[in-house]
Design a protein around this ligand. Structure first.
Ligand code: S3P
Length: 429
């Protein structure tokens, strides 16, 4: 699809959606299955471009990975037996692949080169390289390792105690994965807790991890046991339909098998605080990753304040929350979210510029944005900046805008939600 013109004419939205697998957990399932010796199976895997990049990288390390729909089978001889890749490990658009692999490769026995697309080439890698170098990693790259391409010469590592300067699960996970091969106890302190999928999956694969008051610690040298991973639906993908259901007239949407890990449910807290007409049934609280069903109906919404430790729990949802806030009564203020500037694109600038084109009353700040609600949205030609979440924000806006919305690059949405447009069609009445 080159460009797309969406002219839905304010439909009502009704029906059921089972959102595709969680991106963060899908990546990790491949990584953990490649670390552990033996056969790991995965169900509900996300067939998004980012997760396919992770598969491609581990195949280049000699791990056997077979895909059958959303089921994956991984057969690995264990991380100590990864092969030196004869080609660059290409991570595409995926920050998670790039940063977590740095942690894994740092303590390996092999030499490798990581590179990604133009967006990855602009994303900060120093935040990962700095703690890894403290552990003894030998990593070189453009601007002293600030940017890809990066070359990693696997070397012996020693565990560190590290206080996270920014809330980032990618940085935390890179250190934890390097810590697997390090001598001693890896200890990480987080001021604001970021998503904890790595900690949960380490336990699922048999490792002992201690989490207490924002500190994660565990002992290096633990061996992971191959297992089965059931990937829940991605709450970050569900978020687009939660917002659509709340904004569109006379609507009711039910989302099934949504991951409800508390480190990811900031969007639910925001919808609740805004007064959304929503019901949640938790299906599976005891699982490694809890899941549930969420029903959302057309809602009368109030503006809210979003900041502090809530930010890491909804960082990827801010574009779609900003759209929702244009339809609320009153003002929504988003603060403490400067991290948005270093996502797939600068999401403060992208969200503000594109929502303005639709007629929103929104302004950028240094660390977030201020949205004055109650706007009637018009049609416009929008840029995605090659960023899946900006593309989906524009597409959802088209469901509640008076005219057609054009998107320059809808294909970028396949990074996290390849069936997004089919799912929209399912609920339009
Ligand atoms: C992710 C962590 C977050 C998030 C990204 C996925 C992960 O990034 O924005 O989409 O899977 O660990 P940061 O760690 O940079 O905050």
């Amino acid at each position: 699809m080159a460009e797309v013109r969406l002219n839905y004419k304010k439909p009502t939205l009704h029906g059921n959606i089972t959102v595709p697998g969680d991106k963060s957990i899908s990546h990790r399932s491949i990584m953990f299955g490649s670390i552990a010796e033996g056969r790991t199976t995965v169900s509900g895997f996300l067939l998004g471009d980012d997760c396919l990049s992770t598969i491609d990288c581990f195949r280049k390390l000699g791990v056997e990975i077979e895909l059958d729909g959303t089921n994956v089978e991984i057969n690995s001889n264990g991380m100590g037996n990864w092969k030196e890749p004869i080609d660059v490990l290409y991570t595409g658009n995926s920050g998670t692949t790039t940063r977590l692999m740095l942690g894994l490769l740092a303590g390996s026995k092999i030499h490798s080169i990581l590179n990604g697309d133009a967006s990855i080439g602009k994303r900060p890698m120093k935040r990962v390289i700095t703690p890894l170098r403290e552990m003894g990693a030998q990593i070189t790259g453009r601007m002293d390792g600030q940017y890809t391409p990066l070359a990693i010469k696997g070397s012996p590592l020693s565990a560190i105690e590290y206080t996270m300067p920014v809330a980032s699960a990618q940085v935390k996970s890179a250190i934890l994965l390097a810590g697997l091969q390090a001598e001693g106890n890896t200890i990480i302190h987080e001021k604001d807790v970021s998503r904890d999928h790595t900690e949960r999956m380490l336990r699922q694969f048999g490792a002992e991890v201690i989490v207490e008051d924002g500190t994660v610690s565990y002992k290096g040298g633990q061996t992971l046991q191959a297992t089965h991973v059931d990937v829940p639906g991605d709450i970050s993908s569900a978020a687009f339909f939660l917002v659509a259901g709340a904004m569109a007239e006379d609507s009711e949407i039910t989302l099934h098998n949504v991951g409800l890990n508390p480190t990811r449910t900031g969007i639910i807290d925001v919808l609740t605080a805004m007064g959304a007409n929503m019901e949640i049934i938790v299906d599976n609280e005891e699982a490694a990753e809890p899941t549930g069903t969420i029903m959302i109906r057309t809602s009368d919404l109030e503006g809210v304040q979003i900041n502090g430790d809530l930010i890491p729990r909804l960082i990827d949802e801010i574009p779609i929350i900003a759209l929702l806030a244009t339809k609320a009564n009153g003002t929504t203020v988003i603060r403490d979210a400067a991290e948005l500037k270093v996502k797939e694109t600068d999401r403060i600038t992208a969200v503000v510029d594109e929502l303005k084109k639709l007629g929103a009353n929104i302004e950028a700040t240094d660390d977030g944005m201020i949205i004055h609600g109650g706007s009637e949205l018009q049609g416009a030609s929008l840029k995605t900046y090659g960023d899946h979440r900006i593309g989906m924000m524009g597409a959802i806006a088209s469901l509640v805008s008076n005219g057609a919305v054009e998107l320059d690059d809808p294909d970028c949405i396949a990074v996290s939600y390849p069936t997004f447009f089919e799912d929209i069609q399912k609920i339009i009445k």
